[in-house]
Each structure stands twice: as C-alpha cells, then as structure tokens.
Write a protein of this length. Structure first.
Lengths: 567, 221
C-alpha cells in the first residue's frame, strides 16, 4: 500500500488523527508497536504473529475481545507480563525497558488503543486559566474540538454509586459547591466527565439478567475500567471508550485507514528538499515478532507514540537539535490518600454497610480547583488498590516513619504486617482519592537517551522528573483538601500514601507546541512531520486528565494537516 | 533477558529463602487478627502461604531492567536483588540497628537478611529505600548506583502486594505457565480477607446522576 500519511501510534491521539483524515479521504497507515485485541486476523495476539494488517471493520470480533479482556488484574494490569504493558505482543518475552532514574513507575500500554486500553475514561477539559494567555492558542479555539470529541467518544457525566456519593457528601460538608459545567473557572465538585457509555436503562431491572446486560449497550458498573472493559454488544459499542473501540472502528469504517500492529517505529526517514528544507518522507519499522526491518514511505508522518517514545524516536532518528525535544516533562506530580469508614457511619450516609470500591466507574467524582489542580475519587480491584495505596511511598515504612500526630491523616507511607492486613480487611469500607496537581513545566524534567543503553529499537529512554518548589507546595495543599473531604465524610482512619515523584500516569509536554512544533503541531525543523499525542501539550493543563485535550488537539491537527497538504 | 517464566523448582534455595523472608515480613500470616466484618481463621494466610515470593522472583527475573545489570552478571536478577537485601542486612547488623535477635534457622538456605526478625528485615529494606546505605559496598549492578537501588526497592513492595491481593495465587498449579496458559483454579484467600467478590459482569448499584451531560449552562451557549 502507498499511504498518504503514516501515523505512529494508535492511542489517545493517533487513532483520532487516523479517523479524521480517513473521513477526509486521506489514505492512512497506522503503525502500532503492540498487539491488537478483538480482531479476527489476530485470534491469539499474544501467542502468534497473525496477519500483518487489518483495514476492515468486519475484522473486529467481540467474542475474541471479551476472551482477551478477562477482568483479572494480574493477567491484564501486571506491568511486567500483563496484557496491558509496555512490551511486545509475545508475553513470553520481557517488557521494553525504560530507564527511570528515581523511585516510581511509568504506566503506559502498547497495543491498538495505546494507554487508553487501561485508562479510566476520564475526559475533563483543561482549565481555561491554564490555556489562555499561556498557550499559543486560546481556550475558545479548543472548544469546538472539545465538543466534537465529546460527541464522538461520547463523553457523559459519571453515574453515582456509593463511592461517589461518599465523595460528594464529604466535599459538600467541607464547604465545596457543585459546579455544573465543563468549562471550569472556579473550584467545586462534580461528576467526572467520562468517556464511558451511560448505564443501560435496564441495569436496575432484576428481570434482565446481568449476563444479558453485559452484552447490551451501556456501562454495567462492573468496576473493571482499568482492567479493561469488555462489556457491550460489539467491539465498537464497548462501554469504556478506549480508542480501540471508538476512534479505531470509526477510522476503519472510512475505508481509508489500515492498521498494522506489532510494528515498532525506530526511525523517521527524512530528506533535504530544495524548497521545504528537511522534511519527513517515511518511517523505518521493526516487526516485533520477526525482527524484520522495513522502510515505509508517505507524504506526511504523524508521531503519536506517546510522551516518552515520541522524543525518543526524534532523538534516535537524529533529527535536528532542539533544546526542547524531550524537555519540560510534566506528570501532575500525583499523590493518593485513603479513608476507612465505620459501618455505622456508612449505614447512616449510604444506607448500606459498605462503599465497595470495586463497584462503578473507577474514577467517577471529582473536585476541580483551577490554580491548584484536581482530586478524583478512586475505586478498583484489590491488587491495584493495595499496591497504589499502601505499597509505594516516599516516606518509607509506616512503622519506621510514623505520622507526626498533628497531620490530617493517621498513618502514612508503606503499610506492612498486621496493620496492612487489617486495613485491607476493610477494603470494602475504603474510599480513595487521587491528587493530580497543576505542576510547572521545567526544562530539567526530561526524556533523554543514553547511547550506551540500548534495546532492539535503539537507545532506550532515560526519564527524569523532579517537581518545582511551587509544585511541591501545591501538592501539599491539595493533599490537605483531600484529607479534609475524607475527614468530613467521617473516615475513621486516613492513610496518606505520599507517592514518590516518579509515579507517571499522566505524562505530558515533552515536545511542546510553540517550542518543538508550531501551533498546527507541525515540527518547526522538519516539514511534513506532525505530533499528535500528550507530548505537544504546552503545559499540564492545570491538573485535569490530559486525554480529551490531546484528542481535541489531534482533531484540530488532522484538519490543519489535511488543509495544508491534501486540500 | 529472560526468555520465559521459570519453573519454581528451578529457583535456588538462597533466592527462595531471601524472598520468602521478605514477603513474610511485609504480609505475614495473621492468626490473631480479627477485623470488622471479617473473621480471620483459616483465612489468616500471609504472602508466604500464598507463595508470593515465587511471584516476586518470577517478575524480577522476567523484567529487563536496571535489576538485570544487563547480561554481564552470572546471577539472575532476582538472585542479584537477594544479594542486595543481604548487603543491606549486613549493614543493619554492623551498624547496631538490628533490634531483635537473629534466627539463622528461620529460612534455611538464606543469608543475613532472612535471619533477621520481621521488623528488622523491613528496616534493612528501608535503609535501601532511603539510600541510608554505603552504596560502594553493594553488590553489582547496585554498586554506587542509587537509581537502581531505589527502583528495585520500589518493586519489592509493589510486587509483593500485587501478587498477594490480585488473582495470582489463584493460578495454583498453573502459576508458572506462560501467561496465556494459566487458569484460575481457586478463589484467592486474600480476596476472602478483603471481601472482594471477584470479577463481575456488573452491579445493580446505580444511585442516580448528579448532572446531565452537557450541563444546562453549556446547552445555552
């Protein structure tokens, strides 16, 4: 095939570009490093290489999809050997190595759908004050693109289950007000705008069996968002709208998009053109099963490999030097805090003895605070919740570094021994809050490469992050606000995780608009090379989850790209 | 780089004993513990009983990582990590920070780390985590490499908790098969301890909606 455009990566951004260009009649080839779940051309995607390409909507197979996404958290989420890992499709092989220079972990996924495979669907807009007079474009300019993505995914406000009710109860008691808006300009609480289909109208009807509901359209509140949602009647109508079930099916329906999984991009191929200067003409790839290397050509190349791989690919391709390539990494300097409640209090507030954090959409209620960041309620399966709540901390073990007594929490750090067992015995009575802050762009925070440490795809990325003093101060404030919500809701034990600085869930801004790419997201120094992932974000959006903004920008980028090169 | 997961029979006694000692310290059996709504009796099992040390070893050996020190070392990544724990234990003992008597029979085949009391074992891990340690005396690939030390120490805790509280122990006799050949054979004891009912098709738990989408303010726009 001879594509007009090659898109590298099929995650939050790449799949959007593919669909938007496909609808404009542009021929697109999407390269994806990982496997494709739920496509009959890859009936055993982790065991056999399968076919090379798929471009047919009819190849999508719901039975295969449900078989692969089996809701077991070790099978799905294990960072080393899970289906949702940063590694090759063949699970008999090790994951791909990232050199993280500190305590922490990077939560990214290779596979059609990218990191949206395990994302929790949270789709808030950026805070206007983090965009206006700061970004090269205005918030107003983003709104129509936000609206288009919200309608396409689609996005809806999360339904309320017990854990959200507890969060709202605590937030209200702490003096916060409901903010019924998508454009957040003042602090308050609201349901998460989630890319998850609203519950089916029959969900509460006991005469409709749950097995039947899991094959119908709509969220079943099964609580497996992060484990991979398998609920729905067909691949394109799965409840949680990862791009492999939303934008990818739409892209295939255009008839202009081909997707090639198991293809790791190792080099952007360029040439020197008399009028355009250095320009992209293709991509070198390595087949992750066979090791075969190929060079593919196109008129335009879009990098959407993610905030770590996109700068790595630039650097490994020896594209022109730019002091901002790989620099300015933000990650919302996240933290985590949990509250354990007494049964009698829960009965009084909820009318039930448990919160049941495994029920409902994983992250479904939030508090926004433009200028500081955001909080969101969290509930998930016990393996993930235990390790993220009590297994990772800058503070060390709780019994060696206890809380000081006047802190707004009772315990802090890594829990062990009988205390850990006891707090996990109260798992069903636990409400957890994720803290995601307005962190600063700092050029020292980076993705670089060390030429001496290589894998089969070239020098591996070296990742380094350290919050600014202001970011650290903001995180302290937001942790206190979260603790107060738990306390006002009546939590009997509050456990502060104090996450280390290297916990990377929202990784952004390593190829920033205005520094590496122009305001249409085309590279300043390499024509016909665009970027459409979290790396082009100018900053960390003030704290909100980045996917929706990246998707809005990707929609806009596809429009600009098509107008410039394919009009 | 490990090419596939290994059979537990192939784990050497030293590495096994060291990680048995670690997971036992972090998540011990708790026969005396009772908690609201949960009675610990037959379900008092800790990580040792659920063989979580095998999970930690398997995962360390399977990850390409700073742990591996690439392929220059003779030892497996997990054995290298066990030696790191021993080096920390030796420093803990030599600095007089070990609080309780040693028991060299607790985990046969193990070294200094596995002879420490439960809390002293975690004190040794904490010294690594806080880099309160003489980095020069650590075994390769950790010698003078604080990032490697921090990374592997984070992994110890994360892996032990995830191994214990996820479905991993339920894989039973298939636990070391390749991931796609495993079968969940039993309901994990840890899930009984937490009250987690296991995976689900859905819950009739809808309590309503706080807001309609899009909110009225936006509809007027």
């Amino acid at each position: 095939m001879n594509p007009d455009v090659i898109v590298i990566g099929s995650g939050g951004g790449g799949a959007v570009v593919a669909k938007e260009l496909g609808e404009r009649g542009v021929k697109v080839l999407v390269l994806e490093a990982g496997p494709w779940y739920g496509n009959r051309k890859w009936p055993n995607p982790n065991v056999h290489r399968g076919a090379t390409y798929s471009s047919d909507f009819a190849d999508l197979d719901i039975v295969l999809y449900k078989k692969a996404l089996n809701e077991y958290e070790d099978n799905m989420n294990d960072l080393i050997a899970g289906r949702f890992r940063w590694g090759p499709a063949d699970r008999k092989r090790s994951p791909w190595f990232r050199n993280i220079m500190q305590k922490g972990t990077v939560m990214q996924v290779a596979g059609v759908g990218g990191t949206t495979l395990h994302y929790t669907g949270n789709s808030p807009r950026a805070y206007p004050i983090a965009i206006d007079h700061i970004w090269p474009i205005t918030y107003r300019e983003l709104i129509p693109y936000y609206e288009k993505v919200e309608a396409t995914l689609p996005v809806a406000f999360a339904p309320t289950t017990a854990k959200e009710e507890m969060f709202y109860y605590g937030a209200k008691k702490a003096g916060w007000r409901l903010i019924p808006t998508l454009n957040v300009t003042s602090p308050g609480y609201r349901p998460n705008p989630n890319a998850i289909l609203p519950p089916n109208e029959h969900l509460m009807n006991p005469h409709v069996p749950m097995e039947q509901l899991s094959w119908m359209e709509g969220c079943t509140l099964a609580g497996h968002c992060i484990n991979g949602c398998p609920h729905g009647p067909s691949v394109d109508k799965i409840a949680k709208r990862s791009t492999n079930v939303s934008y990818v099916p739409l892209a295939l329906q255009t008839g202009n998009v081909t997707i090639r999984p198991n293809a790791f991009a190792t080099k952007i191929v360029t040439e020197s053109h008399p009028s355009e200067g250095v320009r992209a003409i293709g991509v070198q790839i390595r087949d992750t099963w066979t090791g075969e290397v190929e060079e593919l050509r196109a008129e335009v190349v879009v990098m959407a490999a993610g905030t770590i791989e996109t700068p790595r690919l630039w650097l490994n391709s020896e594209l022109p030097q730019n002091p901002w390539v790989g620099k300015g990494l933000t990650n919302h300097y996240m933290d985590w805090i949990s509250g354990v409640f007494d049964e009698k209090d829960l009965l009084a507030i909820l009318g039930s003895p448990d919160i049941n954090p495994f029920v409902g959409q994983n992250l479904a209620a939030r508090l926004d605070y433009p200028g500081l960041g955001m909080l969101t309620s969290v509930g998930m399966s016990p393996g993930l919740l235990s390790m993220l709540s009590y297994g990772v901390s800058e503070s060390g073990y709780e019994f060696l570094h206890p809380s000081r007594g006047h802190d707004p929490w009772d315990v802090q750090g890594i829990l062990s021994g009988p205390l850990l067992k006891e707090i996990m015995a109260n798992y069903r009575k636990t409400l957890t809050i994720l803290i995601s802050i307005h962190d600063d762009v700092d050029q020292r925070n980076s993705v670089t490469i060390n030429p001496t440490v290589r894998d089969e795809h070239g020098p591996v990325p070296v990742i380094q992050y350290s919050p600014t003093a202001r970011s650290a101060n903001i995180r302290r404030q937001m942790v206190k606000i979260a603790a107060e919500i738990l306390q006002k809701a009546g939590a009997k034990t509050i456990a502060w995780s104090n996450w280390p600085i290297g916990m990377m869930f929202h990784i952004m801004s390593t190829m920033r608009m205005g520094f590496v790419v122009d305001d249409c997201c085309e590279a300043y120094q390499v024509k016909r090379l665009y970027i459409a992932d979290n790396s082009v974000l100018f900053n960390a959006l003030g704290g909100p989850n980045p996917t929706l903004t990246t998707q809005a920008l990707a929609t806009r980028t596809a429009e600009k790209l098509a107008n410039k090169y394919f009009n | 780089m490990a090419s596939s997961r290994e059979n537990p029979a192939n784990i050497d006694a030293y590495t096994r004993a060291t990680f048995q000692a670690f997971v036992d310290a972090l998540i011990p059996a708790t026969p005396d513990l009772t908690a609201t709504g949960v009675t610990f009796g037959a379900e008092s099992a800790g990580a040792l009983e659920l063989l979580v040390h095998e999970f930690v070893i398997q995962e360390l050996n399977f990850s390409v990582s700073p742990l591996a020190g690439q392929t220059l070392l003779d030892t497996s990544p997990a054995t290298g990590a066990a030696q790191l724990l021993d080096a920390a234990a030796v420093q803990l003992i030599q600095s007089g920070e070990a609080r309780e008597p040693l028991d060299v029979y607790a985990f046969p085949g193990g070294g200094s780390f596995s002879a420490l009391s439960r809390r002293d074992r975690l004190r040794a891990v904490d010294k690594l985590s806080m880099l309160d340690i003489d980095l020069e005396s650590l075994p390769p690939p950790y010698t003078n490499n604080s990032a490697f030390v921090e990374n592997v120490t984070v992994m110890f805790n994360l892996l032990a908790m995830f191994g214990f509280y996820s479905e991993w122990s339920g894989y039973g006799t298939t636990r070391f098969f390749s991931p796609d050949e495993r079968k969940v054979e039993c309901f994990p004891l840890s899930w009984i301890q937490t009250g987690y009912p296991g995976r689900s098709l859905g819950y009739r738990a809808l309590r309503g909606y706080l807001l309609e989408f899009p909110p009225k303010e936006e509809q007027k726009r």
